[in-house]
Design a protein around this ligand. Structure first.
Ligand SMILES: C[S@@+](CC[C@H](N)C(=O)[O-])C[C@H]1O[C@@H](n2cnc3c(N)ncnc32)[C@H](O)[C@@H]1O
Length: 304
């Protein structure tokens, strides 16, 4: 992705959520309060103007998204299912005793802001690239930030997750944690994805889980977005956020096992797919690895 400007794909997901809020029937799928919170966040952060947000709520906008479904069938509604899937993992995790939530590549996601007041005994952390995180922080401050929500601005391509979190006094490496990596891993190079999953296992305690979405690999070895894959890959590249990693769903279990995670432990079905993406959840295996900080870079920037 372009390092100097806020993420366009994060904005696209957020505007998509706003539009889904105007589509009949989607209220049964979208997490409660997500549409209002996203609308407020976009305006308060300056990520989008009021007119853009209003346009996104219009029936014309719904019709345009619906019309584009021929290109990527199911992709419009997939974002609602993705948000619902991730929130379900967080709520189930909290029911099971999770005390920490970490949202990686959070973009303009509002899960932390909405759930922090409801679960005051749980610490919510978000990490995103500085260009996006700083803008979001402005919005969250304007909307009122709970003490148990921390926004961290960091380029995870530059600095290891374990280094970022082990220098944060409020992070507890032994706590059971739910980690969310929604719409993130496809933008990272393969070695960074492996490293990220390893790091996630290292920073979280036993009983932790990670929920994520990914793009499947097609027969030609490229990320598979269906019939219009070539055009999609080109558009992503032109937008400066190309898809760099994908995996065949049937290979995910083995891939995750090598990195210390038991994939889809509760679903038993790896083919959990909406639009072009698969959703997966994995549970941490074995004992936690304890990391000590090795690289406290000047670039680090924690928002208070
Ligand atoms: C497609 S957006 C998804 C946003 C959010 N997860 C959602 O679904 O609403 C991808 C996000 O990953 C973030 N991201 C990409 N590369 C990153 C990196 N190297 N370090 C931190 N964040 C990164 C982008 O800034 C962007 O917010």
């Amino acid at each position: 992705m372009r390092k100097d400007r806020p993420s366009r794909t994060a904005l696209k997901v957020a505007l998509n959520i706003v539009t889904l809020g105007s589509k009949p029937g989607m209220e049964a799928i979208l997490p409660a309060g997500i549409v209002d919170a996203t609308r407020k966040l976009l305006v308060a952060s300056g990520a989008a103007g009021e007119r853009t947000v209003k346009w996104s709520q219009s029936q014309t906008s719904v019709a345009i998204y619906d019309a584009f479904d021929w290109m990527l069938p199911g992709q419009f509604e997939a974002f609602a299912h993705r948000k619902a899937f991730c929130e379900r993992q967080v709520r189930e995790g909290i029911d099971d005793g999770t005390t920490q939530i970490l949202v990686l590549g959070a973009g303009y996601d509002t899960l932390g802001w909405r759930l922090a007041p409801e679960f005051s005994g749980v610490n919510f952390f978000e990490i995103d690239h500085p260009a996006t995180a700083r803008l979001k922080d402005r919005g969250i401050k304007a909307m009122g930030r709970q003490k148990n929500l921390r926004l961290i601005a960091e380029d995870l391509g530059k600095r290891k997750l374990s280094d970022v979190l082990t220098t944060d006094k409020s992070w507890d490496q032994s706590a059971p944690t739910v980690i969310i990596a929604e719409g993130l891993v496809m933008y990272l190079p393969p070695e960074a994805v492996r490293d990220l999953f390893c790091q996630c296992g290292a920073v979280a305690g036993g009983g932790s889980r990670i929920a994520f979405s990914y793009i499947p690999t097609g027969a030609d070895g490229r990320p598979d977005a269906g019939r219009w894959t070539g055009l999609m890959l080109w558009l992503q590249k032109v937008a400066g956020e190309p898809w760099l990693w994908s995996i065949r769903p049937e290979e995910l279990g083995q891939f995750m096992a090598e990195l210390g995670w038991e994939a889809n432990f509760s679903q038993g079905d790896l083919k959990y797919k909406y639009g072009v993406e698969y959703f997966a959840v994995a549970k941490k295996k074995g004992a936690p690895i304890v990391f000590t900080n090795t690289n406290d870079s000047q670039d680090r920037f924690i928002m208070e």
